[in-house]
Design a protein around this ligand. Structure first.
Ligand SMILES: *[C@@H]1O[C@H](CO)[C@@H](O)[C@H](O)[C@H]1NC(C)=O
Ligand SMILES: *[C@@H]1O[C@H](CO)[C@@H](O)[C@H](O)[C@H]1NC(C)=O
Ligand SMILES: *[C@@H]1O[C@H](CO)[C@@H](O)[C@H](O)[C@H]1NC(C)=O
Length: 413
């Protein structure tokens, strides 16, 4: 039955995206109107998901060089801590993946949520929220209803978002930063490090469900991405919001969840692989809060990564356009061999992950083969899929505690 659901999902989604292809771009861009640009994050992530558990939390914002105002939550200390314990804490930036936001780390119980575990272990925790997601939808001059607001792909996350967040955290703490990324949060980190960005402010990085090569991705989403977000999509919807909770997609998800024999657990399976260790209450909460919008251009760029099998900047799919943007007929590659070999890296990947396929991770590890052996720690979890890394009921034991031990080992040296 689950299998039927998955096939149905793929077919229906393709149908849906083909239908969307006949909607004029202006209509597409206006899906996001219900989120007003002026919305201040008063009922943000701190209030709903951190303070309720007895932790301190500050809502902050960071403005990127290209004008996006990103929300950032800081959890400065653990729950049981007496204020001003004096000791300087190490900062950790946590970066979510595509189509979700920072809330995704906070859906289990406090003993199972990565940011809270880090805070209780003496880290100064900063939760980043990518441009376009619900609390990062403001800009110094553009409104989300303006197509130009959506004129970016993950290249801009590399060039603007990550440096803005790192500069801010570094200026506030004066300390080198530990980074934890999931999914797209690993791709943007690897691309940044390969260009020598962030590395001077970085202490170490943990990459969960790493994606860099996507040639073997085998989910419904992969099929959609590769088939629907290339070609005409580039020109037609290049500058539109992709809001999975917008009317057509939301109606589709709702109807799918009500389908006989399909529940939303299977929907998540269809998107991320056979997660071993999710709590069904947490999955319900996840589906209430996610997915979050991104730009169509970002998905087109990911689809290019799937299709071409190389990691490179956004391809305008026309030599003259590429020359206009890059001075070359092809977009410049991100060369992962250029990641500094002494950068402490922790990589964890799962045997059931449909987005971060084991063969693609092998490819990534191959490009890191010259990395200093004692600076690279690789963990393989046979039963884990993509979402287990953020919501698995045992991720604290299997993944988060080993990350903390890895971070501590780096500070000793
Ligand atoms: C989109 O951004 C690119 C630079 O990345 C710029 O060349 C182009 O003019 C922008 N287009 C619009 C419509 O803002
Ligand atoms: C699943 O979530 C519910 C509701 O938050 C909680 O009571 C239960 O303990 C969780 N189960 C596990 C195995 O974590
Ligand atoms: C990547 O860089 C390495 C050296 O840093 C070089 O040997 C290799 O040819 C480069 N790969 C590509 C695809 O440019």
């Amino acid at each position: 039955m689950a299998h039927q659901g998955l096939l149905g999902f793929g077919a229906l989604t393709l149908f849906l995206l083909v239908s969307l292809a006949s909607v004029p771009p202006q209509a597409f861009a206006s899906f996001g109107r219900r989120h007003l640009a002026q919305d201040p994050p008063v009922d943000g992530i701190c209030t709903s998901s951190v303070i309720v558990h007895g932790y301190k939390c500050q809502e902050l914002e960071v403005t990127t060089k290209d004008g996006y105002i990103l929300s950032l939550q800081r959890i400065p200390e653990g729950r049981a801590e007496a204020s001003s314990s004096g000791a300087k804490k190490q900062p950790v930036i946590i970066q979510h993946g595509v189509l979700v936001d920072g809330m995704t780390w906070l859906l289990n119980s406090p003993e199972q949520d990565l940011p809270l575990i880090l805070a209780d272990n003496g880290f100064d925790v900063w939760i980043a929220n990518a441009r376009g997601t619900r609390y990062s939808r403001r800009h110094t001059s553009l409104d989300p209803s303006d197509p130009a607001f959506w004129n970016w792909s993950w290249d801009e996350i590399v060039t603007y978002d990550l440096p803005a967040v790192f500069d801010y955290v570094y200026s506030q703490t004066g300390q080198k930063i530990n980074y934890i990324g999931h999914s797209l949060g690993t791709l943007t980190a690897l691309a940044s490090f390969s260009e020598g960005r962030l590395v001077n402010q970085l202490k170490s990085a943990a990459l969960l469900s790493p994606i860099a090569y996507l040639s073997h991705m085998n989910t419904a989403l992969g099929v959609i991405a590769a088939r629907s977000f290339l070609g005409e999509a580039t020109t037609l919807f290049g500058l539109a919001e992709f809001d999975p909770r917008g009317l057509p997609v939301a109606a589709f998800v709702k109807s799918l969840c009500a389908y006989p024999g399909v529940d939303c657990y299977d929907l998540l399976t269809a998107l991320t692989g056979k997660n071993c260790c999710l709590n069904s209450s947490t999955v319900d909460l996840f589906l209430k809060n996610e997915p979050q919008p991104t730009s169509t251009k970002n998905l087109v760029h990911l689809a290019q990564t799937v299709r071409y099998g190389v990691l490179a900047k956004f391809n305008y799919e026309r030599p003259d356009y590429n020359i206009m943007h890059y001075g070359e007929a092809f977009p410049p590659p991100y060369n992962l061999s250029n990641i500094p070999h002494d950068l402490p890296l922790f990589i964890s990947y799962g045997g059931q992950d449909a987005l971060s396929d084991v063969r693609d991770v092998d490819n990534l590890l191959d490009s890191l083969k010259l990395h200093d052996v004692d600076k690279l720690s690789v963990q393989f979890i046979k039963d884990y899929a993509h979402a287990d890394y953020i919501m698995g009921v045992n991720a604290n034991d299997l993944v988060y505690n080993p990350i903390i031990a890895f971070f501590r080992r780096q500070s000793d040296t």
